[in-house]
Write a protein that binds this ligand. Sequence first.
Ligand code: GDG
Length: 478
Amino acid sequence: MTEDEDGDGYDLVVVANRLPVDRVVDDDGTVHWQQSPGGLVTAMESVMTGREGAWVGWSGDPGEAPEPFDDGGMHLHAVGLTAEEVADHYEGFSNDTLWPLYHDVIVAPRYRRSWYEGYRRVNQRFAQAAADLAAPDATVWVHDYQLQLVPQMLRELRPDVRIGWFNHIPFPSVELFAQLPWRRAVVQGLLGADLLGFQRRADAENFLRVCRRLLALPTRGDTVTVPDPTGEGTRTVRAAAFPISIDERSLEELARTPAVVERARQIRHDLGDPERLLLGVDRLDYTKGIRHRLKAYEELLADGVLKPPGTVLVQVATPSRERVTAYRLLREQVELTVGRANGDHGAIGSPAIHYLHQSFDRAEMAALYLAADVMLVTPLRDGMNLVAKEYVACRYDEGGALVLSEFTGASGELDRAFLCNPHDIDGLKTTIRAALDADPREKRRRMRALRRRVREHDVQRWADDFLAALVVAPGRPA
Ligand code: GDG
């Protein structure tokens, strides 16, 4: 069911920064929309089955929003952002203030008053769109750090709806969060929700501590008591962990297709059939620990422990946020390191590191995962990290080994990976060697345990758990 058949609005409204579709312009100039890859969209499709569902989001391009349209069983409502709003709300406040602050200040967050003003204005626009679309007593699920003011703004417009919010990235400690000049407004924005979902318990606990310490609100277990603005009565908001996952079954199915299996073989062949292939796949983001990984790898090459062409590293670094200075700087540093490593340790026809600053389709990603003997996932801080789970899902052969940073949300679940502290370069080198040299039976045992976890906790279960908890969230006492 897609349309608002009875004309009184949608039962479930998802509010996210981006719509679940990308705009594609064909050669003849016609425009169509194509579903964006990703587990969130798949999970939402199935939770929307049998409901009247709508999705509010930005189309990804500045300028006027396209007319609302229906796609994939959902009503899609685009919010238009001007170029200035994209610069202030998205590139500025979301990606240059909140992103570094919430990732433990890996780079210095920039606090600009005009950015916050843009963030507030855009949040208000999203809240208004959700308020206009939601049926009486509907459920509204708001996503991520770009929309933290929406829950309270929406509650003011529509006190009848149930509001959930999920944070895809970490939530920082109170000591770091306290830097934010708009800290009270952000917390109050979030407290408009009935349920606040985080990747890890530690993130939910950080949030509860922020409520106690910065707003002097009482907390009990995983709930916080919020006074009504009218001064009459209170509401209860729950903050809990709901670790996100992937669409494990469909990815494994893809990895098993003969075309992907053949492509994995071809990739190894094109690399000169190395004995050992290591892989990194990340958005080119300073949180992902790409520099630390390359440093460790370069030292292993310099130490003579690893040698091309017998051992090669493929690093996919998907272009990301290229208008933000910190990302441009990171790209330069990464490319300098790759160039130096190849200059020092490569030979004609056999570079030490194959670096790809490109995006690939899902089938190519699955083939890369299937081809790699060791997957390197070394973020300095990461809400969850889906790449680690995707690698595991593709290894239906129970082969491969996962090196995983302790600072990812995923490490809480995938504790049979080869865990590492990416800041400790010697330790990282030792862990990479351990993963390369481990006994095949031991690797298989570990991979089997990892696969069990991802299979039993897929993205569908995540969405179902969150929505079930939202229905019973305490909210306002009767
Ligand atoms: C945020 C949080 C949290 C990457 N390159 C290509 C490509 N990808 C896909 C991967 C994966 C996704 O992008 C990246 O997800 P991650 O979880 O690794 O990281 P973020 O983008 O930072 O996501 C994170 C996540 O939200 C979900 O809550 O886990 O902690 O930071 O799915 O496969 N996909 C394709 N081509 C590429 O070149 N097709």
